[in-house]
Write a protein that binds this ligand. Structure first.
Ligand SMILES: [Zn+2]
Length: 622
């Protein structure tokens, strides 16, 4: 039985959905108000017999996995991990090392929970926290908001938190690992957070991972002190407020991205719950991939000073490079030349009045916040206005710089009419001919199409391509031409490589691969029976797209090459990890681990050499 089936069997879908939706029994099914669209009479049904749910209002439907994904904005992998955890199903055998890391993580989460309630109780009741309470009152915080975000206070003491948490049964070593203590050179320790407003930081599943501490005295530095990087906390990954915002982001189909804790908490307090903030870092790929499961509409809330504008533009660049694109086939008179990407996202910029932070603005006038959100400008227009202000648009050289900056943004606009309208607007304001602009856009499209085509044929390497793209490429080609698989395996054999197996795929694509293989052995089965619906959509989108014109023999080699590249990449990563562990083990004088890791490094290096040899053979050349 697959892991998916085991989870379904062990978890009661009615009970699981019932935690989020008030369900009423009616005959053989349950119904309630749909959590995914607004309604007054229930059209959301749960069918325990088939373990499925369906909404007759918004036509969403699915199984327990889809529900967890929709409800929490999880990707399939996270949903699988979370539900498997709840169902007590082991996804795969954990190595002793992984099991150790996981139990350590559990322990640190328990420690942080304990610290959260300790700090929170101090904030609410301790006489020493009076100034913290006064500060929150001045900043406009209500008691509910303080509770919702579980804000707290850390005593002006070198050891109060340490003493309390050790009293709760945690060790000094655990306190250091959780980032609560700082270790001096002589091995003694002291509390990291002293006399600060404590803001707990949660992961997207709502589990505590770190703290932010804000100063309460004007002369203290730094203004914000965060937990250090720990096994739980990777600040480049985290969006503050995400676990409280995800539902509103999905409901409103838009996310507002701000800069700080206060800018998240005060809008939440005023009912604007679709607001999150990165942890003092630029918007990263990891942030965007979490968000794009919930919405395609991103509103960047801009600090009006110059640095803010710069940061926003940088964030936009990340967004452009990261977000999903719709791949469209591009034709020229000789036939298909490749695929071009259009951004599947609507990115806007919201500009605040000078000198006002989001929290100040919301407190002054909540309605104004909504107006500004509504008035947010499409990124094309925002960037253009910014360039106009920065450059002297009368000078020919400045004109061409502006055009160069605008072209990639214009190219990303999926809708042709919209695209031409913006091109028109830009041409008009710069006093240039719009046809010239549109010609350059078409030339860029063609160049990109040829590049992708070359990449598909393996003529050039595309370093930005991620492993999952390579996996998707293999699966989509195989689904179009299943007959090449035996030949691919034979070619791999000639190169002294194992046949293609599920180990060549990451978890998501492994599910598709296994379902597809299973179906090959059971011709009366449909893929739809064994795939979650979003994966089925993906497979269907592959099948709907014609492959570029190549012979079967060319495809066979293309797939062999792709498999080898995936293996090479995976082995390189393994090697890096093993070397890292080896280095750490040496430092710690863990001789057993050193010996084991050294063996592993040698094994991986051997395997890597074999793959590289295979890649260099003529069989694997284009
Ligand atoms: Zn619905």
């Amino acid at each position: 039985m697959s892991v998916i089936d085991q989870v379904k069997e062990r978890l009661d879908i009615t009970e699981y959905i019932g935690r989020h939706v008030r369900l009423q029994k009616s005959g053989r099914y349950f119904k309630g108000l749909c959590p995914f669209h607004t309604e007054k009479t229930p059209s959301f049904y749960v069918f325990p017999d088939d373990q499925r749910w369906h909404c007759f209002g918004c036509q969403r439907d699915g199984d327990i996995f889809n529900f967890a994904m929709e409800m929490n904005g999880y990707d399939f992998r996270t949903a699988l991990e979370e539900l498997a955890h709840q169902a007590n199903v082991t996804l795969r055998e954990q190595s002793p090392q992984e099991a150790k890391t996981e139990s350590e993580a559990e322990r640190l989460r328990a420690l942080l929970s304990s610290a959260i309630s300790y700090y929170h109780t101090l904030l609410m009741t301790a006489p020493q926290a009076a100034h913290a309470r006064a500060y929150l009152r001045d900043r406009g915080f209500t008691r509910t908001t303080v509770e919702t975000f579980q804000l707290g206070y850390s005593m002006d003491s070198w050891d109060a938190a340490r003493t309390h948490l050790i009293g709760q049964g945690f060790t000094v070593e655990e306190l250091i690992k959780a980032g609560m203590l700082i270790e001096r050179d002589d091995g003694s320790t002291y509390d990291r957070f002293r006399d600060r407003l404590m803001i707990p930081i949660y992961d997207r599943r709502g589990r505590p991972i770190a703290f932010g501490g804000r100063v309460l005295q004007p002369d203290q530095q730094p203004k914000y002190l965060n937990s250090p990087q720990t096994i739980l906390f990777d600040k480049g990954q985290v969006l503050f407020g995400y676990h409280l915002a995800s539902r509103a982001i999905r409901d409103q189909d838009a996310v507002v991205i701000v800069e700080g804790y206060m800018d998240v908490m005060i809008p939440h307090q005023a009912g604007f719950k679709n607001v999150v903030a990165p942890m003092g870092t630029a918007l990263s790929e990891a942030h965007l991939s979490q968000l794009q499961r919930l919405t395609r509409r991103y509103i960047l809330c801009l600090d009006p000073d110059a640095a803010g504008v710069h940061g926003t533009l940088q964030g936009l660049e990340t967004a452009r490079q990261t977000l999903d694109r719709n791949w469209e086939a591009v034709f020229d008179p000789r036939g298909l030349v490749g695929y071009e990407g259009r951004l599947k996202a609507d990115i806007r910029v919201m500009t605040l009045p000078s000198g006002l932070d989001p929290d100040e603005l919301v407190l002054q006038d909540p309605a104004r916040w909504q107006d500004l959100v509504n008035a947010s400008q499409p990124v094309v227009r925002f960037t253009f206005q910014h360039m106009l202000a920065q450059e002297k648009p009368d000078e020919p050289k400045a004109k061409s710089r502006i055009v160069d900056a605008m072209l990639p943004l214009l190219k990303d606009i999926g809708d042709n009419i919209e695209r031409e309208a913006y091109a028109q607007e830009i041409a008009q304001q710069l006093g240039i001919d719009v046809r010239g602009l549109l010609d350059r856009l078409r030339a860029m499209d063609r160049a990109e199409a040829i590049r992708t085509q070359a990449a598909v044929r393996g003529m050039t390497s595309t370093p930005t391509r991620m492993a999952s793209d390579l996996e998707a490429h293999i699966l989509s080609v195989l689904m179009h031409t299943p007959e090449i698989l035996p030949r691919v395996d034979a070619l791999l054999g000639q190169l002294d490589q194992d046949p293609l197996t599920d180990r060549d795929f990451g978890l998501d694509y492994r599910i598709i691969w296994s379902a597809w293989r299973h179906q090959a052995d059971h011709p009366n089965l449909e893929l739809a029976d064994s795939l979650p619906s979003d994966m089925l959509d993906l497979v269907e989108s592959w099948l709907a797209q014609a492959l570029p014109e190549m012979t079967l023999a060319q495809w066979e080699r293309d797939i062999v090459r792709t498999v080898l590249r995936i293996r090479e990449r995976a082995l390189r990563e393994d090697l890096q990890r093993a070397n890292g562990t080896l280095g750490a083990a040496r430092l710690e004088n863990e001789t057993d681990i050193v010996a084991g890791e050294r063996r592993r490094v040698m094994q991986i290096s051997d395997a890597l050499r074999k793959v590289q040899w295979a890649l260099a053979q003529r069989l694997a050349q284009g």
